[in-house]
Ligand binder design. Structure first.
Ligand code: PMV
Length: 327
């Protein structure tokens, strides 16, 4: 293969899980203990440029114009180099159009964009499924950001991880949905999700129950999405979110990702629902609240969340497209 010396830029969108994944069955290959289902977000994305440069002594990574620690990225690039049969070091430049490392899934969009840009820059042509397997090794949720719309990540059964990949369930255009992200904290979160679940998820007494109930949750969500049943989808998503946080709260040490505004925003969503507004919340390993609603209710939901004390700002997103190269 011939590395592209001029470099390649790719864009990948962030995603949030409707049915969450937490826990790993293999830390080295980053194999998830359970499957997951997500939606890709149009408004939150990462642009990443990769160039393999002969003569470069070490990989260099800049995120948002700032030099970053290369360890996690070099390990990822080594997978690409091995596949391409090259030894060249690379320059990575990456920009998020949203706060990095604050529970807005920058590792999802970041490693998906890196998988697309780095393989292409190394002269490889990979199918989306192979890109998803590769992206998973950077961050579990990144496997899902290879695809747009509604996406399912399979847990897989093989030891080599070749069947632990995401695939699309429904295109973004097939079921328009709005996500209002209520940002309650701008700083980076205290504990990143990879560190949070590695070697600690299974210290919870609830862990086995979490793993045992994953398949029925996934099956019910697949059905709700196929039927475009907003209420069923929302109830399942809110349940999966609260169950995930129950698990994280019950690990040793317990992990509390919420702040006061996170909790207030959850109550605000339920108050809207009591008033007849179709809206449900979900929250990942961070303090931000993502509210899901049909586009016609976006204005009402955003206004209500902006009135919640401690909500600093809201971002609105539709469902987004596949990860892809761009100029
Ligand atoms: O992307 P990771 O492997 O760091 O983990 C993401 C974990 C959650 O966001 C909490 C759940 C999920 O399925 O996205």
């Amino acid at each position: 293969s011939h590395p592209n010396a001029a470099g390649v830029t790719a864009r990948a969108h962030s995603n949030i899980a409707l049915i969450k994944y937490w826990g790993k069955r293999d830390a080295r290959l980053n194999l998830p203990a359970v499957g997951s289902i997500s939606i890709t977000l149009d408004a939150l994305y990462t642009d990443t440029r990769v160039a393999f440069l002969p003569g470069l002594e070490a990989d260099r990574v800049d995120i948002g114009g700032r030099r970053a620690d290369t360890t996690r990225f070099s390990r990822f690039l080594d997978l690409v180099r091995a596949e391409a049969g090259i030894d060249t070091r690379a320059r990575i430049e990456s920009w998020n159009n949203f706060p990095t490392g604050a529970g807005l899934a920058s590792s999802a969009s970041g490693f998906a964009a890196l998988a697309v840009a780095a393989t292409r820059a190394a002269g490889l042509t990979l199918e989306p499924r192979a890109l998803s397997v590769l992206a998973r090794q950077g961050s579990g949720s990144a496997a899902r950001s290879i695809f747009g719309g509604f996406v399912e990540m399979r847990r897989g059964a093989r030891d080599d991880g070749l069947d632990a990949a995401a695939s699309p369930l429904l295109d973004a255009a097939d079921w328009p949905l709005t996500v209002i992200v209520a940002i309650t904290e701008h700083g980076a979160k205290a504990l990143d999700s990879t560190a949070g679940m590695t070697g600690s998820a299974d210290t919870s007494d609830f862990y086995q129950a979490w793993v045992d109930h994953a398949e029925p949750d996934l099956a019910a969500m697949r059905e709700a999405i196929a039927a475009r049943d907003f209420q069923a989808m929302g109830e399942l998503a809110e349940h999966s979110c609260l169950k995930l946080h129950g698990l994280m709260l019950s690990t040793r040490p317990g992990q509390i990702y919420w702040n006061a505004a996170t909790v207030a925003a959850m109550h605000a969503v339920r108050a809207l629902r009591a008033d007849g507004v179709p809206v449900y919340f979900t929250i990942d390993a961070g303090p931000q609240v993502k509210a899901l609603c049909p586009p016609a209710h976006a204005e009402t939901v955003a206004a209500a969340l902006e009135r919640v004390p401690g909500v600093l700002e809201t971002r609105r997103s539709a469902l987004g497209p596949d990860a892809r190269c761009h100029d």
